[in-house]
Design a protein around this ligand. Structure first.
Ligand SMILES: Cc1cc2nc3c(=O)[nH]c(=O)nc-3n(C[C@H](O)[C@H](O)[C@H](O)COP(=O)(O)OP(=O)(O)OC[C@H]3O[C@@H](n4cnc5c(N)ncnc54)[C@H](O)[C@@H]3O)c2cc1C
Length: 544
């Protein structure tokens, strides 16, 4: 996959997708599968905005039973299954537990019924998946077992717990990259650091989109028949044509998760109720509290999600020390044995999510939008432009299929594509089995391509960091074939090196040195690249 904006501008596309988050990437893949000449651009790196900040749970929608929204559940279940089958090396079953209190809506009987319904509604959840990632049915456990799994939990009124399985996207950034790589294998074009700045309608049913190269500032004009605006929190910023049909300004909430080095629980994601009252206005069965999930992940615990109404522009979203401190206090109040301190927090996730305008000041009453939406702009006279307001990472494949279906009704692609999975280009097979396994675990079907770069190196000098299991060949591969342009791209999005906590300055300097040799960076550029990475962790404590 090569970044080539001149090539992008030299072709007339069927579809240009603006935004390379989970929605843009899934649309690029499904569009390419359907045979469209499709391209996806992102003004920064792929998966550098909301999609990099999720709690990484691919939901089957058990909670949507509260809204009796079976349709939404089915969309989630099918999308989760697609992602699990698409990249089984990046997604694994996640056992979840929620304590049951009293005999009412939060009691064991109701939970048993909910788990039964959930299993019926998701009867086909494992079809076509490798057996080692099958999701078993839900069940309830005794009070004693609940206390073993959640030691120190409040016992008053406790009757046991329910256990069910969702899926965990272990590396959300690589999952998106895998969608993009597979799309590229099918002929899609992609470019990061390429911002859509202007859209002009031409007379012959085509749009001309000005695309600015962030590195050279050069503007390229890209012609396309259809345009999909998958710009996440920027959807209304693009141009007046992409405003929602009723022209009301969208409201946004900032969503925050903390990542801690503390392994708070075992292998279960634990769902505990927050302390503040919260009224989900769309729920038919109201629980009265928001749930916080403690998710075990790569030896760390992710905790979330907290929401606050926000007027921040997505380019200037900033999390302050007070925001993190407040969330630590809330977490310690919800689960006192956590004893979380500021020093325990290694990273945080923050992003903007669409919310409804119904909010009462002073209450935890942020009402998030529940359903992703596709707006067609035909009504405002802009035929062929679609905007996506996505509310979940999980359901992106469902939205992608819907949008491609809508396009197929209007325009059939010129070519047909063999729908079988295309094998990536052949590469090498490392002789060292440990390295071979490591690459397969990290890169799945692309592992052979990475190994190809390994063959060019001396045996005793292959590692950047052996403890972290990171190879020089990976840097080379990521630059040449996955469009890594900056140190942040490698540390935060192509590898998991910096997605749970800031890597040491030594590793950062070593990767920067390898990148500098390939990309011809001088000392000043190397320093700036390292500073840019460190900035992402502020206001947390940085490594010395
Ligand atoms: C804290 C938190 C926890 C969450 N937890 C979960 C969870 O556990 N499970 C779940 O399913 N969902 C979760 N979500 C929701 C989920 O992450 C989002 O709904 C989803 O990632 C949105 O994806 P997107 O592709 O629409 O937007 P984004 O990921 O924001 O992508 C939009 C992209 O468009 C690009 N862009 C913008 N303007 C332009 C332009 N003019 N030209 C080119 N590119 C442009 C941006 O750079 C950006 O990369 C969570 C979200 C948050 C913030």
């Amino acid at each position: 996959m090569k970044r080539d904006l001149k090539k992008l501008a030299s072709e007339t596309l069927d579809i240009l997708v603006i935004g390379g988050g989970t929605h843009g990437a899934a649309i690029a893949y499904h569009g390419a599968m359907a045979g469209y000449k499709i391209a996806v651009i992102d003004k920064n790196d792929f998966c550098s905005a909301t999609s990099a900040n999720s709690l990484k749970i691919l939901h089957g929608g058990l909670r949507y039973l509260q809204h009796l929204n079976i349709k939404r559940m089915r969309h989630s279940i099918m999308a989760r299954r697609e992602m699990m089958g698409f990249a089984p090396h990046l997604v694994r079953p996640l056992p979840c537990i929620m304590p049951a209190y009293g005999h009412g809506l939060r009691g064991k009987k109701i939970m048993q019924a909910a788990l039964f319904l959930n299993d019926c509604i998701s009867w086909d959840r494992n079809i076509g998946l490798p057996t080692d990632i099958h999701l078993p049915p839900g069940f309830t456990v005794s009070k004693q077992r609940c206390q073993e799994l959640i030691p120190g939990i409040k016992t008053e009124g406790l009757h046991g717990a329910s256990i069910w399985h969702d899926a965990l996207a272990v590396d959300t950034e690589r999952l998106i990259m895998t969608y993009l790589l597979e799309a590229a294998n099918l002929g899609a074009l992609a470019a990061n650091y390429a911002e859509a700045t202007k859209i002009i309608m031409e007379g012959d049913g085509l749009y001309c989109v000005s695309v600015k190269d962030k590195f050279t500032q050069q503007v390229h004009i890209v012609k396309t028949r259809f345009l999909v605006n998958a710009a996440g929190p920027w959807i209304d910023n693009l141009s007046s044509v992409t405003k929602s049909p009723d022209n009301t300004a969208q409201k946004w909430a900032v969503a925050l998760n903390l990542v801690t080095r503390k392994k708070i629980f075992g292998e279960h994601a634990v769902a505990l109720e927050g302390n503040k009252t919260y009224e989900d206005q769309d729920a038919i069965i109201k629980r009265g509290k928001r749930l916080y999930f403690f998710v075990p992940w790569r030896g760390y615990t992710m905790i979330g999600t907290d929401y606050q109404a926000s007027t921040a522009h997505p380019d200037g979203l900033q999390i302050k020390r007070e925001d993190i401190q407040q969330m630590i206090e809330d977490i310690n109040a919800i689960y006192p044995p956590a004893q979380l301190t500021y020093e325990d927090v290694s990273f945080y996730h923050a992003g903007l999510l669409p919310m409804t305008p119904k909010i009462e000041a002073g209450k935890d009453n942020v009402q998030l939008e529940k359903n992703s939406q596709i707006h067609e702009h035909d009504r405002n006279g802009f035929k062929g432009i679609f905007s996506i307001k996505g509310v979940k990472y999980t359901t992106a494949p469902h939205i992608a299929r819907e949008i491609i279906h809508l396009l197929q009704k209007r325009f059939s692609p010129a070519k047909t594509v063999n729908k079988k999975q295309h094998a990536p280009d052949a590469g090498g097979q490392p002789e060292n089995h440990a390295i071979s396994r490591l690459l397969e675990k990290r890169y799945g079907r692309q592992a052979a391509r990475v190994a190809h770069y390994l063959q060019e190196e001396q045996d005793d000098n292959v590692w950047i960091d052996k403890t972290a299991g990171f190879l020089k060949a990976e840097v080379n591969y990521l630059i040449q074939e996955e469009m890594a342009c900056t140190l942040s791209d490698i540390v935060l999005r192509r590898t998991g090196l910096g997605t749970a906590e800031c890597p040491s300055r030594k590793i950062l300097a070593e990767i920067a040195a390898v990148m500098a040799a390939i990309l011809d960076w001088d000392e000043e550029r190397k320093k700036k690249e390292i500073e840019d990475v460190l900035c992402r962790y502020l206001p947390l404590i940085l490594p010395v």
